[in-house]
Design a protein around this ligand. Structure first.
Ligand SMILES: C[S@@+](CC[C@H](N)C(=O)[O-])C[C@H]1O[C@@H](n2cnc3c(N)ncnc32)[C@H](O)[C@@H]1O
Length: 261
């Protein structure tokens, strides 16, 4: 992956999340979960701190883990700008091998980020490791794409994602499409930014691909069971709607490490 991919993606991450469908819904869900955790909270793939910093502003201490130095730097800057740098502990590490200073009450892996591990073996390794980093009774919460034919069709289209001015003052268009391998359940999300001069002439185009993947709900349940988790709930939307096959928009898993584990 993806560590290198995010080194190149970091500068457009804020525009990307501001114009994404699910970020507006997943943000309050995770912030509330962090505040309710009642113990050490960890966000894996903390990114630019979009969720963690807002939880910190509301009083929560968050340990943020991420592989990408560029994303961790954005998170650090965002926390400093919000005046909560002291409420964030940032660690560079991988989902499969991070080491926490103390066992967590809640480990969250938001925004389809498990999908950056693109094989079932890598995801299995991650979930087994996450289980070891929780305290007994602690929870693991994550969401993944709920892939449907409509969603695949949508992702394959070329979409104009955003129009904005860069910090350097250049006018920009952000485009995206995805190359999808349905058999392997993987995709290359290919994003490109066009920088335009005042006459609308394209001066520069830069591509920033990301490697992603998805699992089915049955695969998610099997991975959680394999790692030793007990599933408390599976939601179909971030407003708390229980997962129902025909109407679910996402798969959001809330799992527990049993007290005896
Ligand atoms: C989709 S972003 C999510 C960021 C943030 N949680 C949010 O919701 O906006 C995924 C993040 O996971 C990080 N990441 C990807 N693969 C990783 C891995 N194997 N271990 C740790 N971090 C990883 C990326 O660097 C990126 O910051």
């Amino acid at each position: 992956m993806s560590a290198l991919e995010y080194e190149r993606f970091a500068d457009i991450y804020r525009v990307w999340t501001a114009t994404a469908g699910s970020t507006h819904a997943n943000h309050p869900f995770y912030v509330e979960a962090y505040l309710a955790a009642g113990g050490p909270v960890v966000e894996l793939g903390v990114g630019d701190g979009r969720i963690a910093v807002d939880a910190a502003v509301r009083g929560c201490h968050v340990v943020g883990v991420d592989l990408s130095p560029a994303m961790l730097a954005l998170c650090r800057d965002r926390a400093a700008a919000a005046g909560v740098r002291d409420r964030l502990t940032l660690l560079q590490g991988d989902f499969r091998s991070f080491e926490l200073p103390e066992p967590a009450a809640l480990i969250a892996l938001p925004y389809h980020s498990l999908g950056h591990l693109t094989t079932l073996d890598a995801k299995r390794e991650a979930l087994r490791h996450i289980h070891t980093q929780l305290r007994p009774g602690g929870r693991f919460v994550f969401d993944d794409f709920l892939m449907t034919p409509d969603r695949l069709d949508h992702m394959r289209r070329v979409q104009l994602r955003a129009e904005y001015d860069t910090p350097e003052g250049q006018h920009a268009l952000l485009w995206v499409t995805s190359l999808i391998d349905e058999g392997a359940q993987t995709m290359r999300v290919v994003t490109w930014e066009d920088l335009l001069d005042e006459d609308g002439v394209m001066m520069r185009r830069r591509y920033r691909p990301l490697s992603l993947s998805w699992i089915t709900p049955a695969q998610a349940a099997a991975l959680l069971a394999d790692a030793g988790f007990t599933v408390e709930r599976c939601l179909g939307a971030f407003d708390g709607t229980p997962f129902v096959d025909d109407t679910a928009e996402e798969q959001i898993w809330i799992a527990r490490k049993d007290a005896a584990a």
